[in-house]
Every structure is written in structure tokens, then in C-alpha cells.
Design a binder for this molecule. Structure first.
Ligand SMILES: Cc1cc2nc3c(=O)[nH]c(=O)nc-3n(C[C@H](O)[C@H](O)[C@H](O)COP(=O)(O)O)c2cc1C
Length: 186
């Protein structure tokens, strides 16, 4: 896909077919994370690629921040849990850059996946402690985000449709509301 089309067509995917992701494509997705920029190139990230069906189900049904809000990830063949060791990144202006490091790498993975027709969806609505217990993640590591990865189902689920009413893919602020030139504009 042309790079511009990757950006223009990407959207969050919450309904998946059961088609497996070929291992060489999964590797390209992970390589996109490895090549990402990071605070002083410290590469504080760790990614857990969950392919085991039972563990995926546990994440889907037992790690939601509110009930089973992440149940849809159980259908995806892969769930990636994006973690960081904050002590390996840095802080400037009171801002923790491990979040930025992981966010850039995760988005690079998602765009690479989309280039191969694979959908994903950022998830923040999880209980970090429960995710840590399920995946045996050490206490000093933070779980920044997770996402299912899989081939999009043409017919989307009711949950997907419902979510789009308040977090619709197409809704964006116009450029003039988010960009100003030369100085801050009220
Ligand atoms: C940091 C972050 C956290 C998000 N958390 C969730 C989430 O917990 N559950 C969910 O279904 N979508 C989540 N999303 C997806 C957003 O709802 C989605 O990106 C937004 O509505 C725009 O839609 P689009 O990605 O299809 O363009 C999250 C997105 C980001 C960037």
C-alpha cells in the first residue's frame, strides 16, 4: 500500500476473522517496533505477543477496566501487550518519556500491520494489575497499552457499531482547530 493510503485508510478494528497471521508478517510488525525512535535510543519497551488461545481469552474476559469491555480481543489470533521499563527511559520537563517511546513503537507496529491488511485497536481500558498477573509481568514494568491484531471481519459486531457512535473513526477536529502557525492562537 502507498504510505499515504496507509494513513488515510487506517481505523481501529474490533471484529476479526480467525485467519492466522503468517509468522513472517508478524515478524515484520515486530521489527517496525524495534526500529522506532526512543528517548536517547534507550529502547525501554518490551512487547508480549500473546498467541495462546487460553491466555488471550483470559486477557479478553478478565482484564477489562469495566467488566468485559475488551471481550472482542478473544477473536483476534494475536494480542500484543506493550510494556515498558520506565527506569530505562527518561524524564524531562516532568514528562515521562517511556509512554512516548512505547506509543511511537506501537503505532509503527499498527501501521505496518495495516499495510498488510491486518487491523488493530489501541486499548487503554484494562486493569494493569490483572494483566500483570495473567502474563507474570514483574512489578517494576508498566503495561502501557495492548491491542488485538488480526484480519478485519467484513461484518462488524454490534459492540463495534455501538462504540462508533461515541468514538467514531471519521470524527476529527478540523485542521484550523488543532494547528496554529508561528505562535499559540486562542
Ligand atoms: C491511547 C488510546 C487508548 C484507547 N483505548 C481504547 C480502549 O480501551 N477501547 C477501545 O475500544 N478503543 C480504544 N482506543 C481507540 C479509539 O477509540 C480510536 O482510536 C478513536 O475512536 C479513533 O478511531 P480510529 O482509530 O478508528 O480512527 C484508544 C485509542 C488510543 C490512542
Amino acid at each position: 500500500m502507498e504510505f499515504e493510503n496507509v494513513i488515510l485508510s487506517r481505523r481501529s478494528i474490533r471484529s476479526f476473522t480467525d485467519k492466522e497471521i503468517p509468522s513472517q508478517i508478524l515478524e515484520k510488525i515486530m521489527e517496525a517496533a524495534r526500529l522506532s525512535p526512543s528517548f536517547q535510543n534507550r529502547q525501554c519497551w518490551r512487547f508480549i505477543v500473546v498467541r495462546d488461545e487460553n491466555i488471550r481469552k483470559k486477557l479478553a474476559l478478565k482484564s477489562g477496566l469495566i467488566g468485559k469491555c475488551n471481550f472482542f480481543i478473544k477473536d483476534a489470533p494475536v494480542v500484543v501487550v506493550a510494556c515498558a521499563d520506565p527506569s530505562k527511559s527518561g524524564t524531562m520537563n516532568d514528562q515521562d518519556y517511556y509512554l512516548v517511546d512505547v506509543a511511537i513503537a506501537f503505532q509503527q507496529m499498527m501501521l505496518t500491520a495495516w499495510n498488510y491488511g491486518i487491523g488493530s485497536c489501541w486499548l487503554a481500558a484494562f486493569n494493569e494489575q490483572k494483566v500483570k498477573e495473567i502474563l507474570e509481568i514483574p512489578s517494576k514494568i508498566r503495561v502501557v497499552a495492548m491491542s488485538p491484531f488480526g484480519y478485519p471481519k467484513e461484518k462488524t459486531s454490534l459492540y463495534d457499531k455501538a462504540l462508533k457512535t461515541f468514538a467514531g473513526s471519521k470524527k476529527r477536529l478540523p485542521l484550523e482547530k488543532i494547528v496554529c502557525y508561528d505562535k499559540w492562537k486562542k
